[in-house]
Design a protein around this ligand. Structure first.
Ligand code: KDO
Length: 357
């Protein structure tokens, strides 16, 4: 280790309250300088017993604190602190306070961010394999989703993500089943009833295609701006799973829930490949287990909440209506069939997904 420059004595060395070492008795001054140098070297030396300095894992998420996929990060942190005490410094940043929604994947690829969630739409740009999961009415429910992503189909896709995007997917978290939530009540039976409705979607071509396929006029907006846009009328509607609607309090500025159930949505817990590669095999296993525990916690809590949330929405004064879901499904499926997006899906993938039971 090159220690020369570190131990050379500067002429003036500010010390604590401003006393300068150079103004001290030469013996005392020398003592201070030697002590400072030794302490610096000690700090740089490997800790006894092979202990290393902590690996920082900064987590960036657009989720609001009350949402399950925000709370799951505490499960991740606690689990990791229990299985690998003193090895990780897990820092949780919610509400897109560290990186903007959908900017996380690029940040992780560059090694500027360690951990986040990514959506199938975020992956689709570089790995078109995932755009099939941005399409409406492909996944049937949570159980189907988990079987697909935890089986060979997920494995194949995640391998491409790691090769092409510099991300390692650790677990699949159920975001919930997306429903339409309208600012002002109206009769909605079929997609034709959404004509002209300004439906906010997350800002990417995959999301916007879904909004249009449902029959609405899709308007891109980040999650953080949705509450205000509903309140002021910049948008007429948004779609999200109902536990997220409750957590982000969108129901306060909405009048109706339309149970289209158009997307059984997922977010994937991902870590920067650079961070992953720098971990020891034992640490990798613990990080993976912590991510799986976090996803499981989120999935169970969210599903349980989805089962009783309609009563809550009604109690909050919202109209809850069930449209002709078959009509929505038919239109959405038809629009995708002939779309540019579907042209990028690997042949046979949709049929393989459907066949998973
Ligand atoms: C949203 O912006 O509507 C969305 O639900 C899209 C998801 O992919 C995910 O980014 C989610 O927001 C955030 O995690 C906030 O809940």
């Amino acid at each position: 280790m090159a220690i020369g420059p570190m131990c050379s004595y500067p002429q003036e060395y500010p010390h604590g309250d401003g006393v300068r070492i150079s103004s001290m008795h030469p013996f005392i001054s020398r003592f201070f300088r030697t002590a400072t140098c030794c302490l610096t070297l000690l700090a740089l030396m490997p800790l006894p017993g092979g202990a290393q300095s902590k690996t920082t894992l900064r987590i960036s998420s657009p989720a609001v604190a009350q949402d399950w996929h925000a709370k799951m990060w505490t499960v991740f942190k606690d689990k990791l602190n229990a299985t690998a005490p003193g090895e990780f410094d897990v820092q949780i940043y919610l509400n897109s306070s560290l990186f903007k929604q959908a900017a996380e994947a690029a940040a992780m690829a560059r090694g500027n961010l360690e951990v986040s969630t990514v959506s199938p739409a975020d992956l689709s740009r570089q790995v078109p394999y995932f755009s099939v999961f941005t399409a409406g009415y492909v996944l049937r429910d949570l159980s189907h989703q988990q079987k697909v992503f935890n089986g060979p189909i997920g494995e194949e896709g995640f391998k491409q993500v790691s090769e092409r995007m510099g991300l390692k997917i650790l677990a699949t978290a159920y975001l919930g089943t997306r429903q339409l939530v309208l600012r002002q009540a109206r009769d909605v039976k079929t997609p034709a009833d959404l004509k002209g409705l300004k439906l906010r979607m997350p800002a990417s071509k995959e999301w916007l295609f879904l909004g249009e396929a449902l029959g609405a006029t899709a308007t891109p907006l980040s999650f953080a701006e949705v509450y205000m846009a509903l309140k002021t009328g910049t948008i007429d509607a948004q779609d999200n799973p109902l536990p997220t609607v409750r957590a982000a309090r969108f129901h306060e500025v909405s009048q109706q829930v339309v149970l289209t159930g158009h997307l059984v949505d997922a977010v994937f817990i991902a870590i920067s490949q650079k961070t992953w590669d720098a971990l020891t095999p034992a640490q990798r296993q613990k990080v993976q287990q912590a991510a799986q525990a976090a996803a499981l916690y989120n999935n169970e809590e969210r599903l349980a909440e989805e089962k009783n949330i309609l009563a809550y929405m009604k109690q909050q004064g919202l109209r809850v209506t069930t449209p002709d879901v078959t009509a929505f499904k038919q239109q959405v499926t038809q629009r995708y069939k002939t779309s540019e997006l579907a042209a990028t899906w690997p042949p046979g993938l949709l049929a393989r997904i459907e066949a998973v039971r």
